[in-house]
Design a protein around this ligand. Structure first.
Ligand SMILES: Cc1cc2nc3c(=O)[nH]c(=O)nc-3n(C[C@H](O)[C@H](O)[C@H](O)COP(=O)(O)OP(=O)(O)OC[C@H]3O[C@@H](n4cnc5c(N)ncnc54)[C@H](O)[C@@H]3O)c2cc1C
Length: 214
């Protein structure tokens, strides 16, 4: 899995100036007092000044993670590799630890409860074989037999890696991270959200801190 920052636009000063234009004002430098303005904007849901800053990421993660993240739509744009066109370089996500089912909720897992016999199978390669020797082998056999990639892909598992470009506003990514860095988000999805969080906190340190507190 990776999250690479490709591009970005704006700084904390862009947020401040977008807000100050209401009063016909503009600043060339960010000063201490601007922190209070940003805090006020974040606390009172004045989202539009934060939408003048943006970031673009190239992300690689398994399909089951992408499937969750693509639900975030407003203020974001997503373009993903298509297995209708690309039928090579199929990779799968490798799990470190197999977690047990959560006792107190329908979704989620118990990070303290590691299922040892499954982990042993993982270590001996038994589970990897299941993915690579059954799913991938049959996929390649179907392609060799002439089946169209758009149909052959149906037998590839959710652990297959996918990649996409994800662009969005500072405000939109803060909403993503508020939901997906939280402890009730799936662990593997949290890995991606935490990497986005790290990049955005460097790009827009003051705004990010305030938006992540809301
Ligand atoms: C822990 C967790 C578990 C989840 N489980 C499931 C699940 O089991 N099944 C499932 O389908 N999804 C699930 N989701 C996804 C969830 O329902 C949202 O679709 C997702 O979190 C995106 O939320 P968002 O606020 O970023 O949405 P966006 O679509 O980006 O919207 C941003 C904001 O715009 C507003 N908005 C957007 N669309 C509308 C609208 N039509 N009407 C009014 N206001 C709107 C809302 O205020 C929204 O917060 C889960 C999310 C989390 C974090």
């Amino acid at each position: 899995m990776f999250v690479k920052l490709i591009d970005s636009m704006g700084t904390d000063l862009s947020v401040v100036n977008a807000a100050r234009v209401s009063f016909g004002k503009r600043k060339e430098e960010f000063t201490e007092g601007d922190k209070f303005l940003i805090k006020y904007l974040a606390e009172h849901g004045h989202w539009s000044p934060f939408a003048h800053c943006s970031a673009q990421f190239h992300i690689k993660a398994p399909v089951f993670v992408a499937r969750q993240l693509v639900k975030h739509q407003v203020g974001l744009s997503w373009n993903e590799i298509s297995r209708r066109y690309v039928d090579t370089d199929v990779e799968f996500y490798e799990v470190d630890k197999w977690r047990g089912r959560a006792k107190d909720k329908k979704q989620g897992s118990d990070e303290e409860n590691i299922i040892e016999w499954v982990n042993r199978s993982q270590r001996t390669g038994a589970l990897k074989n299941a993915v690579e020797n059954i799913a991938l082998k049959n996929y390649n056999m179907m392609l060799e037999a002439g089946v169209a990639p758009e149909q052959a892909r149906m037998i590839l598992p959710q652990s297959m890696m996918t990649e996409w470009y994800w662009s969005g506003t500072l405000y939109a990514f803060a909403r993503v991270c508020n939901l997906r860095c939280a402890s009730d988000a799936q662990y593997e999805t949290r890995i991606v959200a935490n990497l986005i969080n790290k990049e955005c906190s460097k790009l827009f340190p003051i705004s990010w801190t305030e938006l992540r507190n809301t």
